[in-house]
Design a protein around this ligand. Sequence first.
Ligand SMILES: [Fe+2]
Ligand SMILES: [Fe+2]
Length: 208
Amino acid sequence: VEVIFMFPTDLLKNEHRVIEQVLCCLEKLAERCDREGHLDKPAAERALDFLRIFADGCHHAKEERHLFPLLEARGVPRERGPTAVMRCEHDQGRRHVAAMTEAVRGAAAGHYDDVTEFIAEARAYVRLLRDHITKEERCLFPLANQALSSADQGALLAAFEKVEDEKEHGKVHDLYLHLADDLADDLQVPHPEVNITGPVGCCSHSLR
Ligand SMILES: [Fe+2]
Ligand SMILES: [Fe+2]
């Protein structure tokens, strides 16, 4: 019998802390951009790279491919339920990331409109994701912890681990944890409270 010592949603929560760290970085970038009228292109590109690979590729993938379908299989309505709202917000986030990527390109070519576009998109994205994370942690995750059996929880942890394994055995995940810390140091943003490399880990990979 496998003993479940943590909820899969705890892993997701720890990933949220890392994502929030990068949201603070993005907020700071937008603030500076607003004050100085020019965009720090390398820092913006690193933040966007993190959002694409870690936030979307690692984190949203675990939710969309595994957590949401399992909840729906256990009775959460697929249409118009909380998982539908979360999917829709992930899509909105992707559109903001695409718009920011375009804006960075234009700003680097000297288009001032793209500088203001970047600021607006960055602020909208930060608002969206913070709100999204709050909804998941206050509503969806407690619901999941209740609705899923311990066998479900175990299967979910194993599925999360597989998501990491697909990415060069967690190497990609670790790489982006470092990127988040380096970017925060460069922009003087504090690191999150949780010890992301401790026994609880921030991904299934660090459980090994
Ligand atoms: Fe989500
Ligand atoms: Fe999430």
